[in-house]
Design a protein around this ligand. Sequence first.
Ligand SMILES: O=C(O)CCC(=O)C(=O)O
Length: 287
Amino acid sequence: MLTQRAVRAGKMGIRAAAGHESGLRTSRRTARNLRSLRSDAAIDVGDSARHRAAQLQKYGFLPLVPGYSAELVESLQASMALADDPATSIGMGGLIKDSVRYVVDPLAVIPRVKELLTPELAEILRAWYGAEFRIASIRAWRIAHIPEAERGQHHYGNLWHVDGHELDAMKLFIQVSPNATREGSAFRLLPAPDTHRAFCLGFVDPTHAVGPARRILETKPVYFDGPPGDVAFVDTNRCLHRAGIPAEGQTRGMIQFFFKPSASAPVDGDYFANVPLDKNVYEGAIA
Ligand SMILES: O=C(O)CCC(=O)C(=O)O
């Protein structure tokens, strides 16, 4: 028999699911624009990219090993020190300012990020959009340990959440830290179908999940715990996700590309020619 608490939780879950869906409904215009771009564009992609894009669409994420050189990966790892240099980065922690630090202009100070968008990754994106794409921003940040007692509160992306980006947004996460373990700092996500179930079964908000949703959050996560140089496309609108917490004295870095569709290919094929600074990364902002 259902207890009153379970019934209440169920109702909250249904409301949360409805809120989630209505958030999606408000993006109808975005979806219409994307449909029209798709019908205008003559996108030429191979079967492998098409297949991977279909996986990305179905599960909301796609892990890949692009085969970056060891030398490139080491250079990016070393560059993450810039996230702790006050000349190139800022603290954006919600409660503890330096619990997360963002590089303000990653493209300027880590120019080798340009080598991360391989032709293979670009083709998967084109297949997913059914259109051309642009890089809307690039992020490089590192997170730090937060004590156990503090973890129920928002510091950075440490609580389960979905993003409220427009529906045509896609993120590429690039692992740069060697110590991203599932017990510790690894980014983790729920595949889109599990996210939908969690919203229907008691996920209310980042600080409140009840009943079956809690079990889904405990048992279904996929961990981004591969070595530096591994990448994952993640539709963070459709997949609940959160940062893991680095062990005491450690940090975990990440580089991330944020994509949007585009009506045309960039001039000379240079996707990095006009990438703006991320408007959410500035002194005083919170991650
Ligand atoms: O640092 C992390 O792992 C969290 C990232 C996140 O929540 C996001 O990029 O949407």
